[in-house]
Design a protein around this ligand. Structure first.
Ligand code: FES
Length: 145
């Protein structure tokens, strides 16, 4: 059911933990499954993501997508990080079962929320970045499980 990459990132998550005095922190949840994901970004003066950590209280797929998402944004510019969509995270993990797609959405939203927090603290605008959702089902039609 799960790819080897998903199992690998679930068993050996990369970048798990927190960053003290992070440049940006984003937390999102999914009210339906109750899972929560928090992403911490350390961004330097050139807008490069130097470090990233995550804390996920959630299912195995949420842990694996958090881990892969942090790997994908590390070393990137803020603008590049914005392009790390849940689709990109899923592709990097060689796919997820359809009922687990929402877990990858949590990773995308948590990164966006952390970027939003960074932009607010810095008083800057990141082009193309939308205000964070605290629940990934906001603005979404009800989904069947
Ligand atoms: Fe909810 Fe995976 S089941 S994040």
């Amino acid at each position: 059911m799960y790819s080897e990459k998903v199992m690998d990132h679930f068993s050996n998550p990369r970048n798990m933990g927190e960053i003290e005095n992070a440049s940006g922190v984003g937390t999102v949840g999914n009210a339906k499954c109750g899972d929560i994901m928090r992403i911490f970004l350390d961004i330097d003066d050139d807008g490069i993501i130097r470090d990233v950590k995550f804390k996920t209280f959630g299912c195995g797929a949420a842990v694996a997508t958090s881990s892969m998402a942090t790997e994908l944004v590390k070393g990137k510019t803020v603008q590049e990080a914005l392009n790390v969509t849940n689709q990109a995270v899923m592709e990097a993990l060689d796919g997820l079962p359809p009922v687990k797609v929402h877990c990858s959405l949590l990773a995308e939203e948590a990164i966006h929320a952390a970027l939003w927090d960074y932009a607010e603290k810095k008083g800057i605008v990141i082009e193309g970045l939308k205000p964070p959702k605290h629940d990934i089902h906001e603005e979404e039609p009800a989904e069947e499980y």
